[in-house]
Ligand binder design. Structure first.
Ligand code: ADP
Ligand code: MG
Length: 670
């Protein structure tokens, strides 16, 4: 057998037609190699049968037995209840959705093998909707492998994916092209006795390759950028000094230092790519304003992108206040504008009359042509993901870029993830900031918190109340706006409550936000849309529902909405009971620290290497295999190895790039 070609397209596999090609493509899988690199998220142990008599609550596993009873139960909802017996004990399986054919197959006398999780119901242990198969006689012995569970996409089931991967694994792969075939094979089909350590080690070896490739891409981008020329913006009209005088506050030493770093970059004809990280409230916006002023002094334009309309509007108002007195025209591009307004704004950008344009990322995507774009500022870049470095191009030249984030990135991670950027850090908050006291309160004491809110509003302050959901959900036991709104209205009569969530139109959101900012609304009931950057100095109390469900970085961001004015501020973490051990630890980190960098480090520690069966998260994945929670400790090695490869072994470097970043291995992508 000759070795298969890893770069052959997936449609060369048996049974892969246009529809499947499209589904795989949605997951970034186009080559056979991509499919090989598509590793299980976790494994289920279906190699061992659990005797029914020894099954315990919450245990997930494979069971089998003969059906001794099957009947319809009429509780709150009709269900089919099937009782199994295996000589050691009994177990009920319960189905709410079933067809006539299923009802027929699940009849007494037949045998069933099922995989699911045991739960405690009023009548004892049961499995709800386990996967199952029926047999007329006792089933054959189970498969001696762990069952892989793959990340998948709509319309593509586990069985189908497993089948495709089986096809791949049955092939012969090239001997030594740098791809870790034996680790991949092992991770796709680990034997039933594989230990979690063995699995974790194989994952780590592959993650090291992937992270190294990523680091190489970043380093290549950095050197590519060094060869590009852009508009140099040296010191000119000193308009920045005018702003300094009418700003109303003194810059912190950190702001002065960082502003100097940025302005020195801008003076070069090599495009800047600088990450400005600074904790919530450290005053990043004004640094961006000084950069925009520098561009404007040269008659050149700045585009400022924010992740939400609310934030774009807020930046716009700040920039108008700061820059228009200097004669610099600022415009806002917002989704809520009428076609006429939008046309006028776009016209001012295209003519070069507007020197600063503020808007959301989405708005800048649809081809606004700047007359003379010299600088782009991207705020809260973590929202856009690591891979999506935005590069607004102005007729082919690359502008200077300033990227701002309040998500503190542990230093080890910046070394590799941002290896293409220079990093500035605002490590100081403006003087006079009030510390925020944080308390954790069980949600059965919500009424006490409501009393506290009433007092705060009575004293003339404003309050945020944040919850995770918009609507009441059957599936998720978490607080929703829908449930909370009447509760608050009843508990806080006469108080003007505004509601803000992601499903409202942007004009509505902007309206609510500006009424809250103006003090007309006293309480803002919101989902986590207020997480990023919103600035209302008179708000002094932040109540967060279900904090146990949120990430530490998110909690820190939310809390940072208060403590922005001269008044003492508070944050109440209203958690649902019972709280798990990690939940308790996480809340105590937030309670005890107000330092975003420290919180980020703790977060990494708590989530730590974690356990194998289920650590790799679905959700937004930046890497195929590496997971920064698990693999952060590899980073120093990634940097060492990457630097060595660049200096001594460019062909291995090129091979790694070919495997992991085919799009980046050929061209100079900046
Ligand atoms: P972030 O870094 O979170 O984006 P902002 O730029 O929104 O912070 O600044 C937070 C608030 O602090 C704003 O109201 C801003 O005007 C104010 N601010 C910024 N710098 C200073 C300073 N040096 N002294 C006092 N207030 C400041
Ligand atoms: Mg900000």
């Amino acid at each position: 057998m000759t070795a298969a070609d890893p770069s052959a397209p997936v449609r060369t596999l048996k049974g892969v037609g246009p529809a499947l090609t499209e589904q795989l493509g949605r997951m970034g899988i186009t080559r056979l190699l991509d499919l090989l690199l598509h590793l299980p998220l976790r494994y289920q142990d279906r190699s061992r049968l659990i005797p029914l008599g020894s099954l315990v609550v919450e245990q997930e596993g494979l069971v089998e037995g003969q059906i001794v009873d099957a009947r319809l139960a009429y509780g709150r909802r009709r269900s089919l209840v099937v009782t199994l017996e295996d000589g050691t004990g009994f177990l009920r399986l319960r189905y709410f959705y079933f067809s006539r054919a299923q009802e027929n197959a699940l009849r007494p006398g037949n045998h069933v093998r099922a995989f699911g999780q045991a739960r405690l119901s009023r009548e004892g242990l049961e499995m709800i909707h386990p996967e199952y198969r029926t047999y007329p006689s006792p089933p054959p012995a189970p498969e001696p492998e762990l069952t892989p569970i793959y990340p998948t996409t709509r319309g593509l089931g586990q069985t189908r994916l497993r089948g495709l991967i089986d096809q791949l694994l049955s092939r012969e792969w090239p001997e030594s092209d740098g791809t870790p075939y034996s680790d991949l094979r092992f991770l796709h089909r680990p034997p039933a006795d594989a230990s979690s350590e063995e699995i974790a080690e194989a994952q780590a070896r592959i993650a090291l390759d992937e992270l190294t490739a990523y680091y190489l891409v970043m380093r290549r981008r950095q050197s590519d950028r060094a060869g590009i020329r852009t508009l140099a913006l040296p010191q000119a009209a000193h308009l920045g000094r005018v702003l300094l005088r009418h700003l109303g506050f003194r810059l912190t030493a950190a702001q002065r230092r960082v502003t100097t770093e940025v302005l020195e970059d801008l003076a070069q004809d090599r495009p800047m790519l600088r990450l400005l990280q600074g904790d919530v409230g450290s005053g990043k916006t004004v640094v961006a304003a000084f950069a925009a002023i520098r561009a404007a002094e040269h008659g050149a334009q700045t585009a400022l992108m924010a992740p939400t309309e609310i934030l774009a509007e807020q930046h716009y108002l700040n920039f108008v206040a700061w820059l228009e007195p200097l004669g610099i025209q600022v415009v806002l591009l917002a989704g809520s504008q009428t076609a006429g307004e939008r046309k006028r704004v776009v016209g001012a950008i295209e003519s070069g009359e507007a020197l600063v344009a503020v808007g959301t990322h989405a708005l800048f995507q649809d081809q606004v042509r700047f007359a003379r774009l010299a600088l782009t500022v991207v705020d809260e870049q973590h929202r856009f993901g690591v891979h999506q470095r935005m590069a607004l191009k102005d007729k082919g030249t690359l502008p200077h870029q300033l990227v701002m984030t309040a998500t503190p990135i542990p230093r080890t991670l910046t070394m590799a993830l941002y290896a293409d950027m220079d990093v500035s850090t605002l490590d100081e908050l403006p003087a006079g900031r009030q510390p925020i006291t944080t308390v954790a309160v069980a949600d059965d004491r919500r009424h006490e918190v409501i009393t506290r809110v009433a007092a705060e509003i009575e004293a003339g302050r404003q309050v945020y109340w944040v919850c995770p959901l918009i609507e009441i959900s059957d599936a998720l036991e978490a607080m929703s706006v829908e449930e909370l709104e009447p509760l608050l209205a009843e508990g806080l009569p006469g108080i003007r409550i505004g509601v803000l969530h992601g499903r409202m139109k942007s004009a509505e959101k902007a309206d609510v936000m500006s009424r809250f900012k103006g003090g007309e609304l006293e309480l803002l009931l919101a989902t986590t849309v207020v997480e990023v950057g919103v600035d209302v100095p008179n708000a002094t109390l932040m109540v967060i529902e279900n904090p146990e469900r949120m990430g530490l970085a998110q909690l820190h961001q939310l809390r940072g909405r208060v403590g922005r004015g001269g008044h003492a501020s508070h944050c109440v973490l209203l958690y649902a009971t019972p709280l798990s051990e990690t939940g308790r630890q996480r809340l105590s980190v937030i309670r005890e620290s107000q330092d975003g960098f420290q919180i980020a480090e703790e977060d990494l520690k708590i989530r730590g290497p974690g356990d194998l069966m289920g650590t790799r998260q679905t959700g937004e994945q930046q890497f195929r295999i590496a997971d920064l929670r698990t693999h952060a400790h590899l980073i120093p090695e990634v940097v060492r190895r990457g630097d060595t490869l660049l200096a001594e072994d460019p062909s291995t470097a090129a091979r790694l790039l070919g495997i992991w970043a085919p799009a980046d291995s050929g061209h100079a992508g900046v």
